[in-house]
Design a protein around this ligand. Sequence first.
Ligand code: MG
Length: 281
Amino acid sequence: MSKSRNRNLVLLSCGVLCAGGLVLGQSQAGKKGYRTSPAGYSDTPLLPGQKWKVHDIDRPKPRPVTPGAQPGQPPSDAVVLFDGRDLSKWVAEVKGRIEPVAAAWKLENGYMEIAPGSGTLVSKEKFGDAQYHIEWMAPVELAGDSQWRANSGVLIMKRYEIQVLDSYNNPTYADGQAGSIYGQWPPLVNASRKPGEWQTYDLVFEAPRFEGGKLARPAYATLFHNGVVVHNRKEVIGRMAHRVVWTYAPHDAAEPLALQDHDVIVRYRNIWVRRLKGYDE
Ligand code: MG
């Protein structure tokens, strides 16, 4: 048996036995065949670059989160920005003015729909490093081509755009199609569904860091479009721009999520966000 196969077997058996010992729980203790395993160790080597040892018994345990009952539903620690029932978590920004959202986007049948020209939708809450879940749909009736076909956009921190567009059968420039980091990076593949079908974006966004008025670390985006990875921790070049390159300008550590009004109809539903923290926070 090769060394690596042997190692894999050791890892596999540890995974099954160690986890099994914990999963069965104390109620099973004392039963025939019940086996126990240490809940941690303190005589193991330090992990490189960490303050914890391998399998450290003192390392804080991850806090519990109850997942959504179905894939795509919000976990227990998510901030639900839109559940199909009301727009109370949003305002509208029209030509730089903040206005009540009630006069802007339409709310009907569990989704909200852009009333073209009524303004970008801006969340009242602000987010830094975060996981986003967003569902959107291009209408069946399309009134244009290329960038005039169900154009909207998920504007992370109001600046960094994940493009929303009908890209099922709609040629346009690669860095402007659905799932692109607009004007910068095309998606790795085109995972678009047809107009009239709901689509999902699951995004992990690492906010940029600024120190002394300068960029200390750029933003990174990891995106799944309809469950297909289309960006794998891609470095964001700067804020969204059309036909030019814009880089970074300092902003707050947390900023709102915005949904772009590009003057055409697009629908959204089931939008939630989870704030991300570090391993030891
Ligand atoms: Mg757009």
